[in-house]
Design a protein around this ligand. Sequence first.
Ligand SMILES: *[C@@H]1O[C@H](CO)[C@@H](O)[C@H](O)[C@H]1NC(C)=O
Ligand SMILES: *[C@@H]1O[C@H](CO)[C@@H](O)[C@H](O)[C@H]1NC(C)=O
Ligand SMILES: *[C@@H]1O[C@H](CO)[C@@H](O)[C@H](O)[C@H]1NC(C)=O
Ligand SMILES: *[C@@H]1O[C@H](CO)[C@@H](O)[C@H](O)[C@H]1NC(C)=O
Ligand SMILES: *[C@@H]1O[C@H](CO)[C@@H](O)[C@H](O)[C@H]1NC(C)=O
Ligand SMILES: *[C@@H]1O[C@H](CO)[C@@H](O)[C@H](O)[C@H]1NC(C)=O
Length: 673
Amino acid sequence: MAKSLLFPLFSLLLLNQAYSQSDYGFIFNGFKASASKLSLGGASLITPNGALRLTNTSHNLTGHAFYNTPFHFLNKNSHDSQHPTTASSFATTFVFAIVPRFAGGSGGHGFVFTVSPHKNLSDGGRANLFGLFNEVTMGNFSNHLFAVEFDTVQELVRYGDINDNHVGIDINTVRSNASKAASYYDNSCKSSHEVVLESGNPIQAWIEYDGAQKIVNVTISPASLPKPSKPLLSLAMDLSPIFKESMYVGFSAATEKLASSHYILGWSLKMGRTEADPLDLSKIPSPPRNGTPSPGLGRRGIGIGAASAMVTLALLLCGITISVYMLRRARLAEVLEDWELDFPHRFRYKDLYIATKGFKESQIVGKGGFGSVYKGVLPKTREEVAVKRISHTSKQGVKEFVAEIASLGKLRHRHLVHLQGWCKRKGDLLLVYDYMSNGSLDAFLFQENRNLDWGERFRILKEIAAGLLYLHEEWEQVVVHRDVKANNVLLDSNMNARLGDFGLAKLYEHGKNPSTTHVVGTVGYIAPELSLTGKATSSSDVFAFGAVLLEVACGRRPLDPNASSGKQMILQDWVAECHERGHILEAADPKLGNSYVKEEIELVLKLGLLCSHPEPQARPNMQQVTRYLSGFDPLPEVNASSLGFFVGSLDSKTDSHPSSYGVMSSGSLATGR
Ligand SMILES: *[C@@H]1O[C@H](CO)[C@@H](O)[C@H](O)[C@H]1NC(C)=O
Ligand SMILES: *[C@@H]1O[C@H](CO)[C@@H](O)[C@H](O)[C@H]1NC(C)=O
Ligand SMILES: *[C@@H]1O[C@H](CO)[C@@H](O)[C@H](O)[C@H]1NC(C)=O
Ligand SMILES: *[C@@H]1O[C@H](CO)[C@@H](O)[C@H](O)[C@H]1NC(C)=O
Ligand SMILES: *[C@@H]1O[C@H](CO)[C@@H](O)[C@H](O)[C@H]1NC(C)=O
Ligand SMILES: *[C@@H]1O[C@H](CO)[C@@H](O)[C@H](O)[C@H]1NC(C)=O
C-alpha cells in the first residue's frame, strides 16, 4: 500500500505532469465552487444549486465531466518482470439522480462512471453508447476504457442488456462483462430490493477495485440508506491490461429521442484504497424535479433521543410507502426504445394496465392464436376496448411489425375490427381494438346453445368478404390477412361481422428462414402452396375464406379428426364428395334444418369449393367472390371435372388424397398455437 501511495510522487517528477496530489483523491459534497476542478464537455454544466448536470432532457445531447487532472492507475512491479505493472486499487462513491423527461419513466439512456485515458470524448456520440463511443470505436481494445453503466434503456439485441433498469461493468464496449438489475441487498435478510434508476430520487453508488484481489465491486442504494454490506456486482477481473499509466475519471451521458436529465450531486474518490471518503449527504444538493429545485436532502444526522426515534419511525413508514409507490410506478413506467416515438397510435402502458384491471384473469375474453384478449375500459374516455396481449420472446422484427401495425391503424372499414393502437412493453406487445360485444362467429357456429339462422349467416359471409376485399384491393396497399378463419370474425353489438387480427401472423414470420416450411396460420385454412413456399398471398387468404364459407354453411370445422363415419375428415373433400354425388345440400348444417334459401346455400358451398382450389390461379379474387355472393355475376359451373383433383380421391376409398389439403402435410406445419 505504501508503495502505491509513493509511486505517484515519483512519477510526478518523472513525467512532469500535473497529477492530483491532495491526499490522492478528492471529495465534492456538491459542486458549487468546484467548476475549476472539472473539465465539462458537451451539454454538462453546474446548476446554481451545485448539482453537476450531464444532460438535460433535450434531444441529441452528450455531456461529460472529468476531474481536471489524471490519476496514476498503474503501479510498477519491480519484482515481477512478467507483469511489470498492475492496476492500482481505487474507490469512488457518488450520489446521482436521473430525472426522465416524462414523469414515471420513458427517459433515456442512463449514464456511466468511467476511467478513460483522455477526457476528450468528442468522437463519442451515440446516446445508447453513453456518449463514450461511436459504432466504430466501440469494442476496440485501444479504447482502454473502464466504465460502470447505469442503464435505463434495454437494448437486448445490440448490446445484450438484461433489462431497462440495470447496472453493468463495461470494458471498452457497452456490452457489459457483468450486469444486474438495479437493486441492493439489505443487511439483515439478504433479500434484494429494486432501485428505480430513473425515479428522479437520489441514489448512491460505490465502485471499488481491489488491485491485489483483482475484484471490482459495485454497490448502489437509495441515498437515504446506509451502504449495503453486500455489493450488487462483484466481478473478478484484472484491470491491469485495461488501464494506462495516466487515466481520467469522470462521467458521461447522452440523449437521443429518449432523454433524461442526469445529475451527479456529490462525488468522492480515493486512489490506492478500497474505500472512498464518505460524502456528507446533508450538504449535497437535491436534484431539481420538473425544473424546480427543492431544498437539500437533510435526511440524515437529525439529532438523537426520542425525537430521532420518532423521525426514524416516520422515515421508515415513509420509506415503505415510497418503495411501494416506486415499485408500482416502476411496474407501470413507460420504457421506450428510440424508434417507438416514431409511430402513431401508441398507448400508454399505464392506461392499458388500469383499463384491464392489471391484466386480471377475469378480464380475459378470449385466447387467440397469438395471445390472450382482455376486455378493458379506458380510464379517460370510459370506452370499452379489447386489448390483445402478445408475448414474444424474440425481439426480432418487432420494430418492423409495429411500423406495420401503426400503418394498419389507418385502416378503417365497417367490416374490419378497428385497431386503435398499440403499446410495447418489454416482451409484450399490446394491441388495442374496438370491443366486439358479441364475440366470435366461431362460438355461434359451434356452441350448443347458440345458433344463427341462414339469413344472418349469409349476411355475415358477405360482410367478411367486403372486409377482405378492402384489405386486398381497396386500401392504399395490399394487406394480406394471413389468418382468415371463423374465430377471427367478430360480431359487434348489432351482429355486424368484422374481421380481426389482420396482418398479425406476420410478426411470427419475421426472421424465419424462408426455405423451411414454417407456416403461420391455422390447419385447415392453410392453402397448399402456402405450406410449400411459406409465402402468404391474397390468394392464400381466398383459400382460407373458402374454408370459412364451407364452415358457415356446414357447421363443421375445416378439419375434423372426429368426423363420424361416412363423412370425410377434411371438410372440402366431404363437400366435394356430396357435390359429386349430386347431393350438395347434404353438406348443409343440420342445425339449420330446412330453413334456408336453397340457391344461396348452394352458392356458398360451391363458391367455397372454388375458393379451395389447390391451384392458386384457379381461385377467384375477392372482387369476383363479392360479385358472386351478391348475385352480380353467376357462379361458373363448379363440378368434379373443373376441379379435377377431387375425382381421384373418390375413385378409391383407400387412396390418399392427391389434393394437398392432406393431413399428411398438416402434421409438419407449425400453426402458431
Ligand atoms: C438543455 O440544454 C441546452 C444547452 O445545453 C439548451 O439549449 C436547451 O434549451 C436545454 N433544454 C431544456 C429542455 O432545458
Ligand atoms: C437527433 O438526431 C437524429 C439522428 O441523428 C435526427 O434524426 C433527429 O432529427 C435529431 N433530433 C433533434 C431534435 O435534433
Ligand atoms: C478533442 O477532439 C477533437 C476532435 O476529435 C479535437 O478537435 C480537439 O482538438 C481535441 N481536444 C483536445 C484537448 O485534445
Ligand atoms: C482499433 O483502433 C486502432 C487505433 O485507433 C486502429 O488502428 C485499429 O484498426 C482498430 N481496430 C479495429 C478492429 O477497429
Ligand atoms: C469482457 O467480456 C468480453 C466478452 O464477453 C471478453 O472478451 C473480455 O475478455 C472480458 N473482459 C474481461 C476483462 O474480462
Ligand atoms: C468485494 O465484495 C466481496 C464480496 O462481498 C468482498 O469479499 C470484498 O472484500 C469486496 N472488495 C472490496 C474492494 O470492497
